[in-house]
Design a protein around this ligand. Sequence first.
Ligand code: ADP
Ligand code: MG
Length: 277
Amino acid sequence: MPKMLNESAQPAGEALLELRKLRVSFNDGRGGEVVRGIDLAMEEGETLGLVGESGSGKTVTALTIAGLLSENLVTVSGEIIFGGKDLLKCSRSELRALQGRDIGMIFQEPMTSLDPLMRIGFQVEEPLRLHTKLPYRERRKKALEVMGLVDLPEPSETYRKFPHQLSGGQRQRAMIASAFITHPKLLILDEPTTALDVTVQKQILDLLRTLNERHSVGLLFISHDLRVVRHICRKVAVMYQGEIVEYGDTAQVFSNPQHEYTQRLVAAVSAGRRVYD
Ligand SMILES: Nc1ncnc2c1ncn2[C@@H]1O[C@H](COP(=O)(O)OP(=O)(O)O)[C@@H](O)[C@H]1O
Ligand SMILES: [Mg+2]
């Protein structure tokens, strides 16, 4: 395991991630800001839900934190403090280490980036190839370990399989294994269970909860579905048209929503309706 850059500088309980006046606009000539000055903080090992309707800026926020939007595409200002450093001021090599290794990112199936032509094991190991010098045997050993950790059946067989030989839930477990193989401090999950049926969705949420509890990885959990967030997140932030309009303990926000948009979301959940984005 590579040593985490921020291992000693970051005692438990300190901020893991802090967004300060984060602004993002696309350089597409229209000049509109899609993330409009948001402030948000997460402690180590915290579970924070980011909810909001389609187009409110959740994915852009996630991709910006993970450093996955190119400078040509967007203009970003403000601060993203992670592991005590402002990611917007880091050198490329620092960024590679922090964003690729200490932050894991998981997307919705089937838009996720599992390559249909590559074996599962090879893809689970990818972050180790990028961020460590571990030889093949060590990488394989760690991949089998983490595949067991996420409850993939018979890791050494699954290792050799191709994505189409796995169920949707197993593919999402493989994605989680890959994101978790470097033992990141933060997992950003963008609608990770939206494409899965309800039973599988619950199993994946339970897995994420276990990873959070046993390995104290922080979860930034993005969803348009408030029920999912309630199941897994202690805190919730509500995003509306590029701004955070509400933030607090999930139970509190649920029982006493302040913003009109949140009230509508909560009312829809209480009425048992599914809130599509
Ligand atoms: N590549 C892009 N170019 C221009 N605008 C974009 C691009 N991607 C997203 N947007 C705009 O940014 C806003 C926020 O999008 P997004 O973060 O994907 O919303 P959410 O994830 O909350 O549904 C939307 O208005 C969307 O149209
Ligand atoms: Mg989105």
